[in-house]
Design a protein around this ligand. Structure first.
Ligand code: ATP
Ligand code: MG
Length: 455
């Protein structure tokens, strides 16, 4: 017991490894200008100010950081005093969001282990010192040890441009390892979402998950059932956008997290791994594709995740001899099953159901008039994205995508023209333009009672 305590004390009192400016690759030119402004202003006001987290990690790896976070010993209200563009958020641990025109620099006060009380109880104003006393806020070292993985626990000090490492992050960056800070057996149950974060960083950076960390993920994966669904779906979105979604989902399957996160998808992979296109090819294609303008990112993500299952169910329905299949209904069923565990926004489900349903229109395009109605629909961009994804994932020719896009542009142009033409030089009365005549004719024709599309 005594030796354990000694070991713990040695561990907690270890001196940080400090890397001088000339021995690391972080240059201020690579740091966002607004993040630098925040760091400098805090520093000039007498506070410690570090760039922290993914920003430091990515700069050391020579990658472009997604965002820049700052940590400081200034307390939230002190940060607010320094920045007019600052709002404080969060009830348990108040964070400062410093807003700039197109970004937010998240600025937190150094945390302390177990700092979970409401902020008002935590702070005791002390008028004689610049800093307030607090039982919520900690030292830089405590803050580093509260972070998830060693590669995310590094600080860049704006005062002397050094990198400060309390947790062995620099070594792990070199070894390309995702390793929990502290004991994985405790850190994952404490916050199960960290398991998904481990998978995100391993897949995005091409790193290996260190053995003890990996074992703990497999052992404690069921704890994910206790995580807030909103955080889970946020993490699912974060698997995408770096060209490594396929790698992330393979890791989710290997660690047996997939059945917890998306049970229907896991079942599908077991029952029908060879759908054409397969989940893996859809994800691979997604990784290589840009989401086109007009298609919501969430819709694109869930299209890649759910289309193979929709296709499998469609084939199943056909093989059981069902004469008519309502594609939209089937799509909604599939999406409902698949996304049952995650709070996917209603609008995403609706647009995906319509986009999946529309796929048969690409396969059997009717006359010009019908094509026009199809390409002018507000959901056409989603449908075309799904079409391209599926064609590419099946390894088929995609020339038709350009044709459909051109056709839509032409129709849009021709829609814009008549109004001007009619007003100025057209001999045809504006009441009697061909488009209006057609519309009137359509109104007169009664719509069919039901339109069950044949499979
Ligand atoms: P990304 O490049 O995706 O933004 P990131 O590492 O910056 O990756 P963020 O979610 O922006 O991730 O979080 C910033 C930092 O906050 C992390 O690097 C980590 O140090 C810390 N952090 C975030 N979430 C947790 C968590 N659940 N547990 C412990 N530390 C966390
Ligand atoms: Mg970040």
């Amino acid at each position: 017991m005594l030796s354990r305590i000694k070991k713990y004390l040695r561990f907690t009192r270890r001196k940080p490894v400090i890397t001088r400016r000339q021995d690391h690759t972080i240059s201020r030119e690579l740091i966002d200008r607004d993040a630098l402004k925040v760091l400098y202003r805090l520093n000039q006001a007498g506070y410690t100010a570090y760039l922290v987290g993914g920003g430091v990690r990515d700069l050391l790896l020579g990658r472009k950081p997604k965002d820049f976070d700052v940590s400081t010993d200034a307390h939230p209200h002190q940060i607010k005093e320094l920045f007019r563009n600052c709002i404080l958020i969060g009830r348990r641990f108040r964070l400062a969001h410093i807003r700039f025109s197109n970004k937010i620099i998240e600025t937190s006060t150094f945390r302390k282990p177990g700092s979970h009380g409401p902020d008002t109880d935590a702070e005791t104003p002390d008028k004689n010192t610049k800093h307030k006393r607090s039982n919520t806020f900690g030292t830089p070292e405590e803050d580093a040890r509260m972070r998830d993985f060693t590669i995310n626990g590094l600080f860049y000090d704006i005062e002397n441009f050094t990198v400060i490492d309390h947790v062995g992050g620099q070594k792990d960056l070199k070894r390309r390892l995702i390793r929990c800070i502290g004991e994985p057996r405790l850190r994952f149950p404490e916050d199960p979402v960290r398991m998904l974060r481990a998978i995100r960083f391993a897949s995005r950076l091409g790193f290996t998950i260190e053995k003890k960390t990996l074992h703990a993920i497999i052992r404690f994966r069921n704890e994910l059932r206790n995580a807030a669904p909103a955080r889970l779906i946020e993490e699912v979105y974060r698997f995408f956008g770096f060209g490594t979604a396929q790698a992330a989902f393979r890791l989710l399957a290997e660690t047996k997290i997939l059945p917890l996160l998306l049970p229907a998808l896991d079942e599908h992979l077991r029952a029908a791994p060879d759908t054409h296109p397969s989940l893996w090819s859809c994800l691979e294609v997604f990784d290589a594709m840009q989401t086109p303008a007009g298609v919501a990112r969430e819709t694109a993500i869930f299209a890649a995740l759910t289309y193979p299952l929709f296709e499998a169910r469609l084939q199943q329905a056909r093989s059981t001899g069902q004469q008519f299949v309502q594609h939209q209904e089937l799509a909604r069923d599939v999406l409902g099953d698949l996304l049952g565990t995650l709070p996917v926004p209603r609008r995403v489900i609706d647009s995906l159901a319509r986009a999946f349903d529309a796929q048969r229109r690409f396969e059997n395009p009717k006359g010009k008039f019908s094509k026009k109605r199809f390409v002018m629909q507000s959901t056409f961009a989603d449908a075309l994205f799904v079409r391209e994804l599926v064609l590419r994932a099946r390894g088929e020719d995609t020339a038709e995508i350009r044709q459909w896009t051109r056709m839509r542009e032409q129709f849009l142009r021709s829609e814009a023209q008549p109004a001007d033409d009619c007003a100025s030089e057209s001999p045809v009365s504006p009441e009697k333009t061909p488009a209006k005549r057609r519309r009137r004719r359509r109104r007169r024709k009664p719509a069919p009672a039901t339109s069950k599309p044949a499979v």
